[in-house]
Design a binder for this molecule. Sequence first.
Ligand code: GLC
Length: 450
Amino acid sequence: MKKTILLQTLLFTLLASQFSFSQPKTIAERLKWWQEARFGMFIHFGIYAIHGKGEWMRHDEKVSNEQYQPYVESFNPVDYNPKEWAKLAKEAGMKYAVMTAKHHDGFCLWDSKLTDYKSTNFSCKKDLIKEYTEAYRAEGLKVGIYYSLIDWHHPDYPHYADEHHPMRGNEAFKNAKHDWDNYLKYMHGQVKELLSNYGKIDILWLDFSYGEMRGEKWKAKELVDMIRKLQPDIIINNRLGGDGVVQGAVQYGDFETPEQGVPETAPTDENGNIKPWETCLTHNNHWGYHNADNNFKSAEVVIHTLVNCVSKGGNLLLNVGPDAKGKIPQGSVEVLKEVGQWMRDNGASIYGCGVAKDFPRTEYARFTQKGNKVYMHKMYPTVGFIRLKDFQNKFNYIRFLADGTDAPYDKRFWGIPESQGFIFLNCKRPVWETFSWPNKINTVLEIELR
Ligand code: GLC
C-alpha cells in the first residue's frame, strides 16, 4: 500500500514537472530577467575592425567581396579574450551582452556548417562565438547573439537594386540572378545553428528590416516559430519587422530597439501601457572599431543615459567595438570601470526599477522606482533647495543610497508655513551652509514611501 502511494506520488511529481516544462512562458515572464537587468553590453566585432572605419565601411566605400578577401584571410585577433570582456562587463554593472555572430558583411564568427566564410577558417581558426558564450555565462551574465538579416557576401542576397549593398548600382551585377529562397534557407539555417549548438541563448538580436525587406519577406513567422521551439525562453528584438528608427513593429519580437538616443517618452501600446524597449547606443560614434574616433561618452553621460532609460521603463545596451586584435578600446575600458563604481553604490536604483509614476522628471532630477522605494537621481545642477511639494506625510525616510545616511531636509523655509506640506531637501541648518551633493555625477536619494 505504502509502496503504491509512493509510486503514485513519484509519478505525479514527474508528470507535474513535465507539465510545467511544456508550458510556454508568457512574454512578460520571458522578459522579466531582462527588465530587471536594465544594463547590457553590445559588442560589434568582425573583419571590419582591421579597416578601423566602422562596420559600414564596405557600404560606404563600395568594397567588393574580392577586395575584402585579403582582410578576411588575415583577420587574426590574437588578443581575443572574451573572459576579460565579460569581467569588464560585470564590473561595469552590466547583466547581459549581445555579440555580433554575423554582421552585414556576412562573415561568420562561429563554425557554421553552411559556409566556409567563417572564423574557424583562415588565420583566425577559432569559434569566437563558442568562446564568447562560455566566457559570459561563466561570469553569470546572460548571453545574446546579434545576427544580421542582411548579407553582403552571399551570392543570393540582392546586389544591384538593393539600397545598402556595396554593389548597389554596379552594372556588373545588373543582370545577376539571385535565388531569394536559397538565401532564406541559408539565413534560417544559420539561426538554427546558433540556437542549437551554443547552449542557452537568452537574446536573439536580428538586424534589420528596410523597404520591402521586412516581415514575411524574411519568412518571419516561420523563423520565429523555429526560434521559439529551439529556445523557448529566448527574447527577440523587433527588427524582423522594423529598424531602429521606425518604432512599433514588435509583432514578430518582444521588445523595441530605439537606436542612438533615448525616446522623449516611453513607447506605449494602444492601451497606453509601456512596451518593453531598449536603447542601443555606441560608446564613441561607431559600432565597429574606429581607430580615429575617440569621442567616448563620459561616465557621466553613460550614467545619465542609463537613468534616463530606466526612468522611462527601458534598458540601455551600450556598445563596445573591439579592435582587430580583440581588445576593447582603452577609452571604453576606463569609462566602464568608472560607471561600475557608481553602479556598485547605486545599482539598487537601476536593477528591477522602472517608472516612478507619481514623480515626473524635473530640471534637476530623474526618478526611478521599485515597490515603495523611489530613487531621486540628482543629476543636474541646482541652486538653493529642492522642494518636494505636498510630501510631508508621504515617506518614512529619505537617505543617500550610496552610504545609507539620512539626507538633510526641513519642513519649513522662511515664509512658507509647515502646514503647506513641503519638504525642503538640503535645507536643514546648519547643514545647508556647507552642503554639497556627494556624487558629482549623480547623487541618488532613496525615498521610502509610506
Ligand atoms: C544598424 C546598423 C548596424 C548596427 C545596428 C545596431 O542597424 O546597420 O551597423 O549593428 O544598427 O543597432
